[in-house]
Design a binder for this molecule. Structure first.
Ligand code: ADP
Ligand code: MG
Length: 450
């Protein structure tokens, strides 16, 4: 047996432990390994739709986790190509990757443009602000700070800025980095005390005309990187260079971050993206179906838009699945509700395979607030802990059919009236206080993703 076949078998076995059997049969089991190329396992599928499903982050995660689990030194990554690409791939041997490096500048994903960004009440302010920044970098809102839960379009907007600016001036030095990359670059610059590394880091970030840093919540508790960013920020800002950040929460709610950095984050314009409303979800589905050149009846669009509410990445995933199932059944139009329900049974069922419990909900709240379970159940009334407790009470009551008494018992033997008070308080605040509403939405999304 070839080495790549052997390794792929082991990877498949790992994958099978983590995905449903439907998912396994549907997406993973029919891939064919054909070679290992520069540490990348090359997998072939005959269907473009399988390729695009497996290139969504949800599915990528399963493959990457499995690769890491399998004990081997040959494969550290993978690429999925279609049968048509196979010949050219084998002759070129150059892996095609999504972001192509051109003059050392990453090009942005060309699917992520302003034109492709569907606007609704949940995201129009963020989009307008980003567009204004793209038209006039450094002279509009600086810094621009965009926050919102997962899968709501933050990264899309950053790429849209990149694409727009480069289309006007391809020489602009745009540095786009995930916070993870920034932190890694910083750590790398310290290694062995090599001064050239330190300069390399400085040069890379401080010579940017536009710096975009995605998901800055990952800076929490990383003091060295925070300091590096603080100085980078000051240099760029003084030179009137545009800076854009994204985060899963408002700067003031970033625990474990230096105050001076939080205040820099908020010194320009801070805008949020929230979950899309029904109309926006419908518009997104229509647009994506159109882009994929697939006919979907109105009823089915409504059905998906009503059922899949949490975020846009999941809406896209659901749509891809529906299209794929239709293709498998030789249908060129999605109009059969039974088939759609079958295709989406994982999504429509229990929201993934996790069973919600008071414990799992409380876990998410604690992790959001960066506090321990003992603290949330204990008697401390500091603002942070008290708020986390009230939100946990609200969410447990909202998501589970458990008696208020049990919630009280679970959260440190609190009495019934405390539970009612907290529940009602948060219900009210959701209507009037944007910050609380965002936090509740954000944690809800995480709970539903479980
Ligand atoms: P985030 O970075 O906030 O987690 P992404 O930017 O990765 O989310 O978006 C997830 C997916 O949803 C992407 O494929 C993106 O293109 C799509 N998406 C998000 N918002 C919109 C929108 N308003 N219109 C069209 N597609 C969107
Ligand atoms: Mg993102």
């Amino acid at each position: 047996m070839d080495e790549y076949t052997r390794i792929w078998k082991q990877i498949l076995e790992e994958i099978s432990k983590n995905v449903t059997s439907v998912d396994y049969d549907m997406w993973f089991s029919k891939l064919e390994p054909i070679s290992i190329n520069f540490g990348k396992l090359v997998l072939v599928t005959s269907l473009k739709s399988v390729q695009s499903i497996l290139n969504t982050p949800e599915y990528q995660k399963y493959i990457m986790q499995a690769i890491k689990k399998v004990d081997n030194t040959l494969v550290s990554d993978y690429i999925i190509i279609t049968s048509e690409e196979k010949d050219s791939y084998l002759t070129n041997k150059e892996p095609k990757v999504e972001t192509v490096i051109n003059d050392n500048k990453p090009l942005f994903n060309d699917k992520y443009t302003f034109d492709n960004f569907v606007v609704g009440s949940s995201n129009n302010i963020a989009k307008s602000a980003a567009f204004s920044v793209a038209q006039n970098p450094g002279n509009s809102f600086n810094p621009l700070f965009i926050y919102g839960g997962v899968g709501l379009g933050k990264t899309h907007i950053l790429h849209a800025i990149g694409n727009y600016v480069l289309s006007n001036n391809k020489n602009t030095n745009i540095i786009y980095a995930t916070t993870e990359q920034f932190v890694n670059d910083y750590i790398e610059s310290l290694r062995n005390n090599k001064t050239d590394k330190v300069y390399e880091f400085r040069d890379k970030y401080r010579k940017a005309d536009i710096l975009m840093l995605d998901d800055v919540q990952f800076l929490q508790n990383k003091e060295g990187s925070q300091e590096a960013l603080f100085h980078t920020f000051n240099d760029l800002y003084q030179a009137k260079k545009q800076i854009v950040f994204t985060s899963d929460r408002h700067p003031r709610d970033l625990a474990g971050l230096e105050e001076r950095l939080k205040s820099r984050f908020q010194s320009g314009l801070t805008v949020d993206i929230s979950s899309p409303d029904l109309e926006t979800r419908i518009a997104i589905l229509q647009k994506k179906a159109y882009q994929k050149n697939f006919n979907i009846s109105k009823n089915i669009i409504y059905f998906i838009a009503e059922k899949i509410t949490s975020n846009i990445r999941e809406i896209e995933g659901a749509l891809s699945k529906v299209i794929f199932f239709c293709q498998l059944n030789n249908k060129d139009c999605a109009d059969d509700l039974d088939l759609v329900m079958y295709a989406l049974k994982d999504e429509l069922g229990t929201n993934g395979n996790g069973v919600l419990t008071m414990d799992s909900i409380t876990d998410e709240v604690c992790s959001y607030y960066n506090i321990t379970k003992d603290e949330i159940k204990g008697s401390k009334k500091t603002k942070n802990i008290a708020e986390a407790r009230q939100i946990a009470i609200y969410l447990i009551n909202d998501k589970l059919a458990v008696p208020l008494m049990s919630i009280g018992q679970y959260l440190g033997n609190r009495d019934h009236s405390t539970i009612i008070y907290a529940r009602d308080k948060i219900s009210e605040q959701i209507k009037s206080d944007l910050r609380i509403r965002d936090i509740v939405n954000n944690i809800s999304c995480r709970i539903e993703k479980k």
